[in-house]
Design a protein around this ligand. Structure first.
Ligand code: BGC
Length: 928
């Protein structure tokens, strides 16, 4: 070897040795929670430049002021290459940046099914490198149409068009296949026009239900991918699927129709086997699969399931089953669905609820109380002669006589019927349905049941909890918990209005008013990424109006105030909560068309409210140009911010000018000399003020007199809220902006009609659709529209977390955080209209943020926790900033705390990462 090369080689060895040594000098940061497209270890990604993120954790004692100053990402095609430090797919090199999310993979082009293993190293504030993170992984999906070798199959018991009046049995599909050499990996891809449950070698594949979820199947159908390597250990294997109608062919939402998208459910699956010897094989759905009908005689999302256990086919999903009586599956050449990887997580069985109580309001009619209005179904344990019919009906509420109240379910039968197998006591569960219920009425049982005979199975899109909240008021804590249950019950692939009646649609107005609460409760970016496509790509009308529901159904309209605006609000929330600009890029053209639609359907920068207005309000006008125009301003202002995010300077100018014109029109038309906000018909209402203050439409010099009128409007309702969909989400923060903090607290803490806490006191365990869903001395509202699981009123959760606990983002994605608890006055607390403590936490995209305060005779204490690489502005309520201490020290002595200013009753500080305890013994309860 020539000397030159030896020297070069030595050089490489030396650099490698230095790099290894450098890694051992671990700095103050550890890299954790590697995620790709918001998911941990996702299988089946079809985003060609997936985005990566991580969270930073302190390695030791030192926690304050930790920062990432640079990062390096290695991505490799194998774990061994990654372990050896070879980024054969991508080596980002050292990138000087504090970014830790929304980082686009920029390595070699990734092919279908390709595995990427990746790890991250970061440099801290002192330029010290961290150790490499543990390896993360993602696996690409099927990127090209041609990658699908599988055919769409089903089981058509009879030729021709299926009868829409008959709910057919579900189809069982199976394929036996051998594996006779060592397997390296196996990935299964599956989708359906309908809903499927996968089985592999004798068992359901996993806890997923109702896959692949709901899209406008005419535009796109999602597939899921599963790593099934560990499940293929024997030579003889069977892949099976049960296929039901679901949203595709069953009764859909409130259309009153079956077969909305098609009359024959179809299934597609492709199992890729990669063997140790480098060869591979694909087991794909086609006409060689076997098909049969079995015990599921009917299965409909709204109506329920009929299950005849006498028709069970034990072992149908395992090897050794005699399928000679089965037919060939129907191969359908006419399906041309656009298959895409599901951007979010499946709906899964998440938890089980035991029965709390059994009553028998009529002989032989047993009512099981689950103690929680929940969504899913009931598992029944029963015994009885073969064919004995046991019927389960589901309801959210009870009639005064203790029987179940089902009038509000409208056409949804929500009834599961089991024909028992005979033999010993065993479990029965329905398929391909879900119900919203607290009570299960069971009839047809042999003998008296025990509580353990019915268990509630809770299902929803599997989104981890990311928020906690607790305060000195137990009812408020329960209210917050109810917002979470409202979310659980309505986040089944699509954010729906309600889960129990024949509606269950992706109402856009509901979703936008609740989205921030939802994101603070559960990890929702992938969920909303999915739905924003339903909304912005698939529901837009030719004139630019976005659907009032998404996926759109043809019996409702488009572009109504507060509903069509969801496109803007929800994209903006993605930027705020997660710093996600890719969704905005993707949907921006649709949003521009929506803005054009607003412009062409407005007059002199004013608008009406369209179809729904301040929906379910109790007083004040439902429809008014004052409301419509304020909302028009809101959307336009959000569009300015979205254009800014994408750096579209011309659009920023254009929409900013438009927003100013709308503001001027609002002030000219609706803001009166005496501070009243009133429309041309002389109407006014709480919502007018909620929007005016909430959206900063009140000129600063007129705030005091308008605030006086605002308070008058609340007083008119005997100090209660009467706002609907458009006013409620703004009203509390509007009161804070109007300087009426105590009044905002009073409205949240009210427990007489109408109020949030009255519902809690009445035993609600979810959010209700209406303030007056059930009122003492009056009973139930109109059963035509009276859901007890409608999350929209849960928008109060956002206020509790951001204003009471005080945690919010300051700009995109929590890089800058605001901790600003807004406190009630000492007088309000003394009058029982305030809280004395509150504590919230949120696992943001940057890590955990916490804020907790407590006020007692010793003074005030605020504990704050900020994740590494974020900076927070902390507002400490203080009459005199010099009395504030942090960790017992004066602010000058406290490490990492910088005094910024004194602002309206707050001493304002800047802190970096770490935990801080601010105390103020002299704090007298100054309000604002
Ligand atoms: C739904 C609402 C929805 C509304 C439109 C209702 O039937 O349940 O939540 O937003 O219609 O006004």
């Amino acid at each position: 070897m020539p000397t030159k090369s030896i020297r070069a080689l030595l050089g490489i060895v030396l650099i490698a040795a230095m790099a290894t040594a450098a890694c051992k000098v671990a700095g103050s940061l550890r890299v954790d929670n590697l995620r790709c497209e918001y998911k941990t270890g996702p299988v089946g990604i079809d985003v060609v430049r997936p985005r990566l993120s991580w969270v930073l954790v302190s390695t030791g004692e030192m926690q304050r002021g930790l920062k990432q100053t640079a990062y390096r990402i290695l991505a490799a095609g194998s774990l061994s290459a990654l372990d050896a430090g070879r980024g054969d797919l991508w080596d980002s090199g050292k990138v000087v940046s504090d970014r830790q999310s929304q980082i686009e993979y920029a390595g070699q082009a990734l092919g279908s099914g390709q595995d990427s293993f990746w790890k991250v190293q970061v440099w801290d504030q002192d330029g010290k490198p961290s150790a490499w993170s543990l390896a993360g992984r993602w696996t690409m999906g099927l990127l090209n149409k041609e990658d699908w070798q599988a055919r769409w199959i089903g089981f058509d018991a009879a030729p021709g068009v299926a009868d829409p009046k008959i709910m057919p049995p579900a189809a069982y599909l199976r394929k036996a296949f051998p594996i006779n050499k060592p397997l390296r990996s196996a990935v299964l891809f599956a989708s359906a026009l309908g809903v499927y449950e996968l089985h592999l070698n004798g068992k359901p594949l996993n806890a997923d239900v109702l896959s692949p979820g709901w899209t406008d199947y005419r535009k796109r159908v999602h597939y899921f991918a599963y790593d099934v390597t560990s499940r293929l250990t024997s030579e003889d294997n069977v892949l099976g699927a049960i296929l039901g109608d679901g949203w595709y062919a069953g009764y859909l939402a409130f259309t009153g129709k079956r077969h909305y998208y098609g009359d024959k459910p179809r299934f597609i699956a492709q199992l890729r086997l990669d063997f140790a010897d480098g060869t591979s094989q694909v087991i794909a759905s086609d006409g060689t699969w076997k098909a049969a009908q079995g015990p599921i005689r009917e299965a409909d999302l709204l109506m329920g399931c009929v299950y005849d256990a006498r028709l069970e086919m034990p072992g149908w999903n395992a090897a050794g089953f005699d399928d000679t009586g089965w037919s060939a599956a129907t191969e359908d050449q006419n399906v041309h669905a656009n298959l895409e990887a599901h951007p979010s997580t499946p709906i899964r069985r998440i938890q089980e609820m035991p029965t709390r109580k059994i009553t028998e309001p009529k002989p032989g009619v047993f009512v099981f109380d689950m103690g929680q209005n929940m969504v899913g179904w009931a598992r029944l344990k029963a015994q009885g002669g073969p064919g004995r019919k046991v019927t389960l009906r589901h309801a959210e509420m009870l009639n005064p006589d203790g029987t179940i109240y089902t009038a509000n379910l409208r056409a949804a039968k929500a009834t599961d019927t089991f024909y028992l197998a005979g033999g010993p006591r065993r479990d029965y569960e329905p398929y391909f349905t879900f119900h919203g219920f607290q009570y299960v009425e069971v009839t047809g049982l042999e003998g008296r049941p025990a509580p353990e005979d019915v268990t509630g199975i809770v299902v929803h899109s599997d989104l981890p909890r990311v928020g906690t909240f607790e305060s000195s008021n137990a009812l408020v804590n329960k209210l917050m918990e109810n917002t979470v249950w409202g979310q659980k019950g309505n986040f089944l692939d699509v954010p729906t209005d309600c889960p129990q009646r024949d509606e269950r649609a992706g109402w856009t107005g509901d979703a936008q008013v609740f989205m921030k609460t939802a994101c603070l409760n559960m990890d929702s970016p992938a969920f909303f990424t999915k739905w924003l496509t339903d909304l912005c790509q698939d529901s837009q009308r030719a004139d630019g109006a976005l659907g009032d529901v998404a996926p759109h159904v043809d019996i409702v309209g488009f572009g109504n105030t507060g509903w069509g605006d969801a496109g803007l609000v929800c994209n903006w929330q993605m930027v705020q909560m997660y710093g996600d600009t890719r969704v905005v890029e993707q949907h921006y053209p649709a949003l521009v068309r929506y803005m054009d639609y607003l412009a062409t359907t407005s007059r002199d920068f004013t608008r009406g409210t369209g179809a729904y207005g301040d929906w379910v309000r109790l007083a004040g006008p439902q429809h008014s140009e004052a409301i419509g125009t304020a909302y028009y301003f809101y959307s336009t202002r959000l569009m300015v911010e979205l254009a800014e995010v994408l750096g579209k300077a011309d659009d920023v100018r254009k929409y900013r000018a438009q927003a100013e014109n709308i503001r001027a029109a609002f002030i000219k038309n609706f803001l009166k000399e005496d501070g009243r906000i009133m429309d041309a018909k002389g109407a006014t209402g709480q919502t007018f003020y909620a929007l005016a203050f909430g959206l900063d439409l009140v000129p600063p010099d007129q705030r005091i007199k308008v605030a006086v009128r605002f308070v008058e409007e609340i007083k008119k309702q005997d100090w209660h809220l009467a706002t609907g969909f458009l006013g409620t989400p703004f009203v509390l923060s509007a009161l804070v902006k109007a300087g009426q903090v105590d009044l905002a607290y009073r409205l949240v803490l009210n427990d007489t009609y109408p109020s949030w806490l009255l519902q809690v006191k009445l035993g609600s365990t979810t959010m209700w659709e209406r303030w007056d869903g059930w009122v003492p001395n009056k009973g139930f509202q109109d059963p035509g529209m009276n859901s007890f699981n409608h999350y929209w009123l849960g928008c109060v959760g956002e206020w509790l977390q951001t204003t009471v606990a005080g945690i919010d983002t300051d700009g995109p994605g929590f890089g800058r955080i605001t901790i600003r608890p807004v406190l009630p006055s000492a007088e309000a607390v003394a009058a029982g209209r305030g809280l004395t403590s509150a504590r919230g936490s949120y696992d943001s995209i940057r890590g955990r943020i916490a804020s907790g305060w407590k006020k007692d005779e010793t003074g005030f204490r605020l504990e704050v926790s900020i994740p590494p690489n974020s900076v927070a502005t902390v507002y400490v309520p203080a009459g005199d900033p010099s009395s504030v201490r942090e960790g017992g020290k004066t602010i000058e002595q406290a490490a990492g705390v910088k005094f910024l200013r004194y602002e309206r009753g707050y001493a304002v500080y800047e802190v970096g990462s770490g935990t801080y305890a601010f105390t103020n013994p002299l704090w007298s309860g100054l309000n604002f």
